[in-house]
Ligand binder design. Structure first.
Ligand code: NAD
Ligand code: IPM
Ligand code: MN
Length: 356
């Protein structure tokens, strides 16, 4: 089993280091090989996703990814910006299905910005389509407007699009996942305005005929954003497009206490996967040793479960995380009165210790 380790930028290096220590402690036979990605790769090789890094990722059984990006790269030409590395990996590896489970651990009920009773026991799964939508649609660019409100003015444009097979396969992933859970799928769209999402809704409805045992509900994205903070436990599986899924998953992270708690798995059709926290490189806290490593450690657990067939090891890590939270240890993002503030490394140490 080979794992490609791509820490990236900012807190990426700090949090991935802790996940690697946890994986090392398992005493399983895998080989881990690291490579530069994102801004770090741009600085060293002039490209955010060097050929060698892409090759390593393609050949690995799984990829453990930290985060990429920093404000200092925001003025580079788009193809050279760090974010292109993660987008390129998703596209090149065909990682169309992004699982972002939002689970509020019992011990973190007070860390959420919502009232405890709204989030206690929360366990929802956001399934975000990851290789289509306005993220990848062509054409895009800048030009001089020939029509619209200001003909002759400079304008920018992107293309939102989804094909039938793209929607069918992500819908199947969602229905299959719901079958193993509470058998309810909420498909989030903007069918009242966008042709792309009327088509999304129509195709999801057709695929649903294959899953009569699963309940399907449709919800507009604006309402979904509101319902997520009104009554989050009414959801089970949410399936949506690339952009809406990006936004709703960050919103859902606060239901769990912090974005530093939200892991993710991005899978292709052969169950090869990339595992990363749902958050970014957090330049505001990078280098301070205070980032929460748990989303990354929990992503490593998802990697063991989904790509490496090591269910037992995955559960061992998840139980260790729960134990550490029960001990009252908290990085600043999840800290609340009466708990003990620790840094990234100390949190990693505690997880290792809890694993026994
Ligand atoms: P961000 O997720 O990096 O940070 C948002 C806020 O959450 C910040 O206040 C940050 O300190 C906090 N935060 C994030 N992760 C945390 C953790 N583990 N522990 C404690 N606090 C944490 O989003 P942003 O600030 O909008 O973006 C920063 C950079 O990251 C940008 O360049 C962006 O493009 C990039 N980004 C990359 C990825 C990725 O690599 N997959 C994901 C999101 C954003
Ligand atoms: C995420 C990030 C990425 C996205 C960016 C960095 C390209 O926000 O993984 O959620 O928008 O998908
Ligand atoms: Mn995001």
């Amino acid at each position: 089993m080979k794992i490609a380790v791509l820490p990236g930028d900012g807190i990426g290096t700090e949090i991935v280091a802790e996940a690697v220590r946890v994986l090392d402690a398992l005493d399983l036979k895998f080989e881990m090989e690291s490579a530069l990605v994102g801004g770090a790769a741009y600085d060293a090789h002039g490209h955010p996703l060097p050929e060698a890094t892409l090759k390593l990722a393609k050949e690995a059984d799984a990829v453990l990814f930290g985060a990429v990006g920093d404000w200092k790269y925001d003025t580079l030409d788009r193809p050279l910006r760090p974010e292109q590395a993660i987008l390129g990996l998703r596209k090149n590896l065909g990682l169309f299905a992004n699982f972002r489970p939002a689970i509020c651990y019992e011990q973190l009920v007070n860390a959420s910005s919502l009232k405890p009773e709204l989030v206690a026991g929360l366990d929802i799964l956001i399934i975000r389509e990851l290789t289509g939508d306005i993220y990848f649609g062509q054409p895009r660019g800048r030009r001089t407007a020939v029509d619209g409100h200001f003909p002759g003015a400079e304008e920018a444009f992107d293309t939102m699009r989804y094909s039938r097979p793209e929607i069918e396969r992500i819908a199947r992933v969602a229905f299959e996942a719901a079958r193993k859970r509470n058998k309810k799928v909420t498909s989030v769209d903007k069918a009242n305005v966008l042709e792309t999402f009327q088509f999304w809704k129509d195709v999801v409805t057709e695929v649903h005929k294959e899953y009569p045992d699963v309940e399907l509900e449709h919800m507009y994205v604006d309402n979904a954003a509101m319902q997520l903070v009104k009554k989050p436990k009414a959801f089970d599986v949410i399936v949506t497009g690339n952009m809406f899924g990006d936004i709703l998953s960050d919103e859902a992270s606060m239901l769990t206490g912090s974005i530093g708690m939200l892991p993710s798995a991005s899978l292709n059709s052969s169950n090869q996967g990339l595992y990363e926290p749902s958050h970014g490189s957090a330049p505001d806290i990078a280098g301070k040793g205070v980032a929460n490593p748990l989303a990354t450690i929990l992503s490593a657990a998802m990697m063991l479960r989904f790509s490496l067939n090591q269910e037992e090891a995955a559960t061992r890590i998840e139980n260790a995380v729960k134990k550490v939270l029960a001990q009252g240890l908290r990085t600043p993002d999840i800290w609340s009165e009466g708990t003990t503030k620790v840094g990234t490394r100390e949190m990693g140490d505690a997880v290792l210790k809890a694993m026994g």
